[in-house]
Design a protein around this ligand. Structure first.
Ligand code: UD1
Length: 363
């Protein structure tokens, strides 16, 4: 029996874990251990997702909570090192680009445990983003690099990562979308929120570069209020954004609806029938591209360029006029062709499980 230990901690990790957990559960000779670092701890940022995505309760919760980057990363490392020393897994899987990801890679690599990185090779080339630092560290230390797209594999090769470590398996986030889409359609969240199909805008913003500086946040809210004068704008807010918004004046506009974070299926249901998504999230750039929903990403760069070249995404600076011009350029017909992106097909987790089993000779 071989032991695969997955380390997750933040909301976007959970959608990547769910399909991998399902695929590994079919392998008889694998024991899959799930460790939640506790980076995200509010029920609507964490336990709701485990329940909805039908992920087994984590075997361990390190309960690190919030803190500065160093403090949070160090707390994860200290607790995970103790756990891994005891459990001696054959492989540690790290997901995405959050602090829990880099901490897991550092701990496992130093203990001589193989590291698998799911969603390897993405690069924004912007080191002011904490996620970019996490990606660089994690990829450098990983033994198996599971990439979502060919450009990601190319980035790794250009950095001198040996080709035999790179596995182009596709996008595991899309596995979760494929799995949940029927339930999301059934839920019909637009009806529940009284939104006209294909004629409303979904917004999420939580990056430090957009929400930590009050002037930038105020400019963005002002632009969104303007957008909301002629179509409903629904904005489920991350706790970071909710905290920052308290210090700026929210423009009075009945069309702009600020909400608490929304559960996975409900969010997918809203996004799948939206006319437009405005975001700074990585996952939404991918989900909208898969679904064919127009997406405006309020960032100077993206580590997911394939969503711009083959998907529905475009980048816009966090400036009022730029954002409004971009929104006006979107037709919002409610009828969108769905792009086909290579290996974004719902089968990525099976490929990951296959690679792990071949490599470790689990079966
Ligand atoms: C983290 C990831 C980011 C990802 C995002 C998704 C890093 C460096 N960043 O950012 O890449 O897109 O998750 O959500 O890992 N908070 C709560 N409740 C929670 C969690 C956080 O209130 O359950 C608040 C706390 O005030 C905390 C702040 O949000 O200080 C930021 O949380 P943190 O985990 O540090 O980073 P995120 O902004 O969530």
């Amino acid at each position: 029996m071989s032991v695969v230990l997955s380390v997750v901690g933040a909301r976007p990790n959970f959608m990547k874990l769910a399909p991998v957990a399902r695929a590994l559960s079919k392998r008889r000779r694998v024991r899959h251990v799930i460790v939640h670092t506790g980076q995200h701890y509010d029920p609507e940022m964490s336990s709701t997702f485990f329940r909805e995505l039908q992920i087994a309760e984590p075997d361990h919760n390190l309960q690190v909570g919030s803190g500065s980057h160093a403090r949070q990363t160090a707390a994860i490392m200290e607790r995970l090192e103790r756990l891994c020393t005891k459990a001696r897994p054959d492989v540690v899987l790290a997901y995405g680009d959050v602090n829990s990801t880099a901490a897991a890679a550092l701990v496992a690599a130093k203990l001589g445990i193989s590291v698998g990185h799911i969603e390897a090779g993405l690069r924004s080339r912007d080191r002011s983003m904490p996620e970019e630092i996490n990606r660089l560290i994690t990829d450098r230390l990983s033994d198996i690099l599971f990439t979502p797209s060919r450009d990601a594999s190319e980035n790794l090769r250009a950095e001198g990562i040996p080709a035999e470590r790179i596995q182009f398996v596709g996008n595991v986030m899309i596995d979760s979308v494929v799995h949940a889409l029927p339930a999301a359609r059934e839920l019909d969240a637009p009806k529940r929120h009284a939104l006209p199909l294909g004629k409303y805008v979904v917004v999420t913003l939580h990056r430090p570069s957009n929400v930590d500086e009050p002037r930038t946040l105020a400019v963005l809210l002002d632009a969104l209020a303007e957008v909301a004068t002629d179509r409903p704008v629904i904005f489920p807010m991350h706790p970071r954004t909710r905290a920052r918004i308290a210090s700026v004046k929210v423009p009075a506009c009945s069309g702009l609806r600020l909400l608490e974070p929304i559960a996975y299926t409900e969010m997918l249901s809203l996004v799948a029938s939206a006319g437009l998504v405005i975001t700074d999230s990585g996952g939404l750039q991918e989900e909208t591209s898969y679904l064919g929903i127009p997406c405006i990403t309020v960032r100077a760069n993206t580590e997911r360029p394939i969503t711009c070249t083959q998907g529905t995404n475009r980048l816009v600076a966090p400036r009022r006029d730029d954002l409004l011009t971009a929104v006006r350029g979107v037709a919002m017909t409610g009828v969108n062709p769905r792009p086909t992106i290579e290996r974004w097909d719902g089968e990525t987790a099976e490929r990951i499980a296959g690679v792990l089993c071949d490599r470790e000779r689990f079966e």
